[in-house]
Design a protein around this ligand. Sequence first.
Ligand SMILES: [Zn+2]
Length: 277
Amino acid sequence: MVIISLTLLGLAFGSFINALVWRLHKQSITKNKKQKAQLSIVNGRSRCVHCRHKLGMYDLIPVLSWLYLRGRCRYCHEPISLQYPLVELSTVILFIISYLYWPGFQDSILEMAEVVDFGVWLAALTGLIALVVYDLRWMLLPNKIIFPLLGLAGLNVLLQSILTSSADPLTSSLWGALIGAGIFYLLFQLSDGQWIGGGDVKLGFLLGILVGGPLPAFLMLFIASLLGTAYSLPRIIGGGLTVKARLPFGPFLIAGGIITKLFGQGIVDWYLNSFFY
Ligand SMILES: [Zn+2]
């Protein structure tokens, strides 16, 4: 039952991400104020990006509409990006994995704080996936997504501290955020903004709060650099990519954060067991 609800929720949030990313980008390149307001996510209907035809309910069913229409617009038959169903499916998969591997759900008694924490995580995941899509497409991490997420994560940490009557969530998240952002801030200053962008510093801060501590923050950075290296090394050796080429680091950092959040404790235990006993 939970899985079915999460699937439906993931599909809905996934299509929200697609609409959000597209509208934010349009907004950022539109000068006209009236058009800007029309593009607001709370305003107006979805339209085909090619022919601007208004889309009906049957065009907007996540994944299924795309499959049924074989990836083409019903009205102008122009291709619809594979991004749409891919994002929707990824959101569902991440929601379900999060539920199955959520560290706090292993206790049989569910506490209020845990449920709130999980709900906030699903909302945060939605924003993080939107950031990945945006960064991959336009090499940018928009503040319009990062700032609301920062507010949400900060509020959750406060709430966790109140619900568990302990200052631990607050202090450890703060340390996580300082480490997540601090290392990037250093790299940013050292390289004069050449290696990484200013958006990565803010993202490091946000993910530091979300993973919730200094050690997880280090683990996240480590996993992110492993993933980044694994991705770019073959391309540098093959000559397709120069060392100087700017790589969107956001997706790697976000992947590192998600892996740490869900599997961090398992990874640390495995490491200690394999090398220290
Ligand atoms: Zn169309």
